[in-house]
Design a protein around this ligand. Structure first.
Ligand code: 1PR
Length: 523
């Protein structure tokens, strides 16, 4: 029996699912006495440090946790569950951590995108039983803007390189904690969890590679989901957002099954977009939540869900905040939520005053669940102009002239599934959303969507140059070479595709094979 500490933020469902998939049972802590009586304690922290410590204090968990840790019984901290062990964090410097490990939590001060999101490797500094069965070259899933700095080098179990070498896990006696998420790290992560649940007897030393670890470029499979005319929830796919063929919604498969297939084929992440979420209320759309619950039982890579994340008033006048909608998704197994239409309206409001309200969906969700949990999805369309002065938007000079030979264009944001264009350009939208706390940009392109013509490199370059958060390139992948092109000609951190995977034109494995020795990926 594993005791799991859930303080109410983030996706603990995945950790429970991963542990249960390994044949263990999980008891969730409901009071301090559960911590004191635990034989093995897992603490998966997600979200923001200040919020986590405040809740741990309110629930009176701090003293029981310290008693547990001092007793040296097996403990596995994950992500914020690692950071909580330290004295304080720059994320909330007025709030004390547990102080079990001397040292602090600091924000990355580097030239690369922050958060550090994705699959990266480990430099092994000490032998440990949790490494049993690993080869040493495996990559694990990270998502964080802060990292721990330990005063005592003896506790450092592994480090990872990301423009600097940071501590990616610690070990002190039976206390182990990782910055990465074993429950989201596919087979390698499950292996490590298994070693914690049933520790092998001998510690294992892994050979330290001379090379730096490298963040992998991610390949993301995207499932656009909606009800068809018969009322079944299906994976569909549009051509430039038109998902109907001969009047019917295209049906390319069943969401849970497809997600499982992509996990097995090596997808680094899975994204579900409820493409009619703008007109339906997601909490009434229970099947979407059910899809997440079922998928997270056997898919152990990050899951993002988008569609309909906004404030909502139901037919009885009850108000729901976007934060409540997101919370329900996180509880059902999502790691990140993606906000599309509402993010455009939020940015428009911000631009009117130049001041954040502190109450937008982006800000509220980021405050509770952390910036890394908030993806902003942008659905832009090219608008050609004769000269940059014609519009007040961010205009680029294009190598792909318009129908009238125009050499300039801007990218117009749309809402409601591309149905309505707004007076806002994609570059400004990305910048405002970063300011408000978004952790990642999912950059679609209506012109390229479903065309197989390749990604819109000009769009991706314009947006990636304007923000410091990671950009996911989306729309237009038609052959393996397009992935190589997007990773070499732009700063995109990941590439998302839909049609080619659904139609089995190119398996994910072929994309990774093609990229081998050219671009760093997770194998
Ligand atoms: O506006 O917050 O409710 O979110 C709705 C979400 O649904 C947005 O993220 C929006 O991008 C998405 N969406 C809305 N309508 C459509 C549609 O297709 N009619 N899908 C839609 C957008 C874009 C990609 C797609 C790639 C790759 N899909 O995610 O999968 O373009 O396609 P490809 O590789 O086949 O070219 P809100």
């Amino acid at each position: 029996m594993i005791t799991l500490l859930d303080y109410g933020a983030g996706n603990v469902r995945s950790v429970i699912n991963a542990i249960e998939s390994l044949g263990e049972t999980v008891k969730v802590v409901t009071g301090g006495e559960d911590i004191l009586s635990a034989a093995k304690l897992v603490f998966p922290g997600v979200g923001a440090f200040g919020n986590m410590m405040r809740i741990l204090r309110e629930k009176k968990y701090v003293e029981p946790m310290l008693t547990y840790l001092r007793s040296d019984r097996p403990f596995l901290g994950i992500c914020l569950g690692l950071q909580a062990l330290f004295e304080y964090s720059e994320e909330a410097s007025d709030i004390k951590g547990l102080g079990f490990i001397p040292g602090a939590v600091k924000r990355f001060a580097i030239g690369l995108s922050v958060p550090h999101i994705g699959w990266n490797g480990l430099n092994y500094k000490q032998p440990s039983r949790i490494f049993t069965g690993l080869q040493g070259g495996e990559k694990f899933y990270f998502v964080h803007s802060y990292h721990v700095v330990a005063d005592d080098p003896e506790v450092i179990l592994t480090t990872t390189d990301y423009d600097c070498e940071f501590v990616s896990s610690i070990q002190k006696g039976n206390i182990v904690a990782t910055q990465f998420h074993p429950e989201k790290s596919g087979r390698a992560g499950l292996h490590l969890l298994q070693n914690f649940l049933q520790p092998p007897t001998e510690p294992v030393s892994l050979v330290q590679s001379a090379r730096e670890t490298k963040l992998a470029k991610r390949i993301i499979a995207c499932l656009d989901v909606r009800s068809n005319d018969q009322g079944d929830l299906v994976v569909t796919k549009g051509d430039q957002y038109d998902v109907r063929e001969d009047g019917n919604v295209r049906n390319l498969g069943q969401p849970v099954e497809l997600a499982r297939r992509y996990y097995q084929e090596g997808a680094d992440e899975i994204t579900f977009l409820n493409i009619t979420g703008f007109r339906d209320f997601p909490l009434e759309d229970m099947p979407m939540l059910e899809i997440l619950r079922q998928t997270s039982c056997n898919v152990f890579v990050p899951l993002t869900i988008g569609g309909g994340i906004r404030d909502y008033t139901d037919k009885d006048g009850r108000q729901y905040s976007a934060l409540e909608v997101a919370a329900e998704y996180f509880r059902s197994g999502a790691d990140k939520v993606s906000i599309g239409s509402d993010a455009v309206l939020i940015a428009e409001d911000y631009l009117k005053t130049g001041r954040p309200t502190g109450r937008s969906a982006i800000e509220e969700i980021a405050r509770v669940y952390g910036n890394q949990a908030v993806v902003v999805s942008i659905d832009p369309r090219r608008v050609y102009v004769e000269a940059p002065e014609e519009v007040k938007h961010t205009v680029i000079e294009t190598d792909l002239p318009g129908p009238g030979g125009e050499r300039y264009c801007w990218y117009q944001c749309t809402i409601n599934g591309g149905r309505e264009g707004r007076e806002l350009d994609a570059v400004t939208q990305a910048q405002v959303c970063e300011k408000l706390g978004a952790g990642e940009i999912l950059l679609n392109c209506i012109d390229r969507d479903g065309t197989n013509l390749g990604f819109d490199l000009e769009l991706i370059n314009a947006v990636a140059a304007a923000v410091t958060i990671p950009v996911i390139a989306s729309s237009g992948a038609g052959k393996v070479e397009h992935f190589h092109e997007v990773f070499t000609a732009t700063e995109a951190e990941s590439a998302l595709a839909a049609g080619i995977f659904h139609r089995r034109e190119i398996p994910i494995g072929d994309v990774k094979n093609y990229l081998a020795n050219k671009v760093e990926t997770r194998r």
